[in-house]
Design a protein around this ligand. Structure first.
Ligand code: 5GP
Length: 194
């Protein structure tokens, strides 16, 4: 997605060879127009899949997932990283190791919002080593839903998450695949699909 790639080039900050900061449009401040296009792109890719629900993780997955949900006219459920007082049992949960925070979190979704007949699109802002996506897939599996694929805004193609998921036969669609961030310069894979 050209608009997204341009935005990454113009506003992204390479914090190290492996961490990209995109706080000005995705991870802190959100660019609604860009997110609208992100939603349209995902909706276009998955429109014939019969999706009934989008499953993402708080907080940065929510904006792109919500815009996709708007386009596909389906609800969006986000996994919580901390158990709230009103969310005690009656949960699906999975352990997720955070690439950016270097800690493990238990993520949870209420059993009220995922059902056996749901056809699910898993979404997140970044794909690095695949831990967040695998945690969401585990929750979708516990709920006995059908997962149609994984939609990612920015995949870091030099980390192994994308390969790991695709090797399992999962359809992964990423709107921008970063090939390298060495020397502070972001380069993309030619095709937005490996
Ligand atoms: P994974 O679970 O695939 O290893 O990492 C994906 C998760 O870590 C995403 O939910 C995202 O929030 C965070 N993440 C991974 N790499 C980056 C990065 O380079 N920049 C930012 N901003 N977040 C990242």
């Amino acid at each position: 997605m050209e608009l997204l790639k341009n935005k990454i080039i113009e506003e992204g900050k390479v914090l190290s060879d492996t961490v990209l900061k995109v706080d000005s449009f995705l991870n802190h401040q959100v660019d609604p127009k860009l997110m609208k296009q992100v939603g349209e792109e995902f909706a276009n890719k998955f429109k014939s899949a019969g999706i009934t629900k989008i499953l993402t993780i708080e907080s940065s997955g929510i904006a792109p997932a919500t815009m996709t949900g708007l386009e596909l006219d389906v609800p969006v459920v986000f996994a919580r990283k901390r158990k709230s007082l009103t969310l005690t049992d009656h949960l699906y949960s999975a352990e997720v190791y955070s690439f950016t925070k270097k800690t493990s979190n238990e993520i949870s979704v209420s059993k009220d919002f995922l059902h056996e007949d749901d056809i699910v699109l898993v979404m997140d802002d970044f794909l690095a080593n695949g831990q967040a996506a695998l945690g969401l897939l585990e929750i979708a599996k516990q709920a006995k839903t059908t997962v149609i694929g994984v939609g990612i805004v920015i995949e870091k193609g030099f980390q192994f998450g994308g390969k790991q998921l695709r090797d399992k036969g999962i359809r992964v669609e990423s709107l921008a695949i970063v090939e390298s961030m060495s020397d502070g310069k972001v380069t993309f894979k030619e095709e937005a699909r490996i």
